[in-house]
Design a protein around this ligand. Structure first.
Ligand code: HEM
Length: 468
């Protein structure tokens, strides 16, 4: 490990601002990010200067360096106030990624404030990931039921044999329904909100207004649930920390919605892709244990959080072959670090000794995905993929895997489409009308979320089937 926190950089050494930087988000990166990481690694070693929409940052590519940055919180800070370019007013006012970084929430906090906020999340999320608690049972049953309803809708619209996009017609509406249910959302937050979260994450020209709209929607939701508490995450966050203002809670919901909707959805799609790349026998023989292994494999090959949000150096520090100066922004790349792991595991020297569980798909160190969120995310992914395996007796990709279109932003990489030719089992349509389990709810506290998810399903028909 080459981090020498107490040495000083040479006075005439290159700085981030003085180095030639290549833009990261290019057409090549969209199609083949691995080739870009390889080239950067070949030129600069494990830490490379790149430009994100015109702003230079360090991209950390090496597994050892990525884990050092993620784990050493005293040296690598999250609070954007450490960012020198921002403090000195050198970021372009309309820099598309700025809006997201200005949303002050758990991810961008340090030390005691961060720990307190994580405790709030942990306490609010715990009931929903515990299969023995009524809330946990309810969420798991709801994910399965929504999956069944979506497959039933596909059968009704397109028949039991046909073509489908498992993104638009299964995964994305499923996660939207789960978010609506878990957050206790009024239906109006629906698919426009998801589009706004994507706009923000993709860092396009309209990401500023999209971030503002999404934040406003979550602040309204916070106020709504303060007035009408229910058995939902929004209300449980308020219970865990009654001192949260509507704006603070809105910001936390906003961040959770990104993970729940976009990141978890991408994890479902990436796992489905791993399943579809295997042969039919592999798919049929996937037991629960093997499904966990397939999810790990998908997280290793295609981590949804490909390049993690910035950390800022607390002081000058050597990392890899470069000197990172105090206040420089670094983005630890799980995707590039995994490339190293995969290369090791295919090397004849190491053989198969690198475990798929060594992946950084959940992050690492003090900001890694909280354990309750990991359990919940894992449950949603395995239930969504498990229901797919139950219903789809055959499914084949209609494009070669290397021609699938990906959405590559500065942080997230996810499939735009997952087109398949499918055949459904006989139960698919019948299950659509399966009876629902009675609810464990305080009177007037939240059965509405399920009714809304049903209403949302009807509204999503257009989104899923292009208005047919
Ligand atoms: C399979 C799905 C998921 C994946 C792959 C995932 C991945 C991650 C990663 C990589 C981080 C760390 C980012 C960083 O250090 O910059 C993270 C943090 C976080 N995730 Fe997850 N996540 C998932 C699901 C969820 C869900 C369902 C929730 C909540 C509903 C959630 C809540 C959070 C929170 C609150 C943080 C911030 C923790 C902090 O900064 O201390 N995640 N997640």
């Amino acid at each position: 490990m080459e981090a020498h926190a107490h040495a000083t950089p040479p006075a005439d050494g290159p700085t981030l601002a003085s180095l030639p930087v290549e833009p990261l988000l290019t057409a090549e990166f969209d199609v083949d990010p691995g080739a870009v990481y390889e080239r950067l690694r070949g030129t600069y070693g494990p830490v490379a200067p790149v430009s994100l929409a015109g702003v230079p940052v360090w991209l950390v590519l090496g597994y050892t360096e990525v884990t050092e940055v993620l784990r050493n919180e005293s040296l690598w800070r999250r609070d954007v106030r450490y960012w020198r370019a921002r403090a000195e007013g050198r970021l372009p006012r309309d820099w598309p990624l700025l809006a997201g970084y200005e949303v002050r929430q758990t991810m961008f906090m340090d030390d005691e404030e961060h720990l307190a906020s994580r405790r709030t999340h942990h306490s609010a999320l715990t009931p929903f990931q515990d299969p023995r608690s009524p809330e946990g049972w309810e969420v798991r049953a709801a994910v399965a039921r929504y999956a069944d309803e979506l497959v039933g809708m596909l059968a009704a619209e397109s028949g039991s044999v046909g073509f489908a996009d498992l993104g638009a017609q299964y995964t994305r509406p499923l996660l939207l329904m789960v978010t609506t249910k878990l957050f206790g959302c009024p239906v109006e937050l629906g698919d426009e909100l998801v589009m706004d979260l994507w706009r923000m994450l993709d860092g396009g020209a309209d990401s500023g207004p999209a971030t503002a709209r999404a934040l406003a929607a979550f602040t309204r939701l916070a106020a709504h649930r303060r007035a009408r508490p229910g058995d939902d995450l929004t209300s449980y966050l308020l219970l865990a920390d009654p001192g949260l203002s509507d704006e603070q809670l809105g910001r936390e919901l906003f961040m959770n919605a990104v993970y729940l909707n976009d990141i978890t959805g991408n994890m479902v799609l990436n796992t489905l892709l791993e399943v579809l790349r295997g042969n039919t026998t592999v798919r049929r023989s996937l037991s629960a244990g093997q499904l966990g292994e397939t999810v790990n494999r998908a997280a290793l090959v295609n981590p949804p959080v490909a390049n993690m949000c910035f950390r800022f150096a607390a002081r000058d520090v050597r990392l890899g072959k470069v000197w990172v100066r105090a206040g420089d922004a670094v983005s630890p790349s799980a995707a590039a670090a995994h490339q190293e792991l995969l290369a090791l595991s295919s090397s004849h020297l190491v053989g198969a000794t690198v475990s798929t569980r060594a992946h950084l798909g959940w992050g690492a160190g003090p900001h890694q995905c909280p354990s309750a969120a990991r359990e919940l995310g894992g449950m949603i992914v395995s239930t969504a993929v498990g229901r797919f395996l139950d219903h789809f007796t055959r499914a084949e990709l209609t494009l070669p895997p290397d021609q699938l279109p990906w959405r590559s932003g500065p942080v997230v990489r996810g499939l735009r489409l997952l087109p398949v030719r499918y055949e459904l089992g006989p139960g698919a349509v019948a299950r659509r009308t399966a009876p629902m389990r009675p609810q464990h709810r305080a009177p007037g506290s939240g059965g509405e979320a399920d009714g809304r998810a049903g209403g949302l399903l009807a509204a999503l028909r257009k989104f899923m089937f292009g208005g047919r």
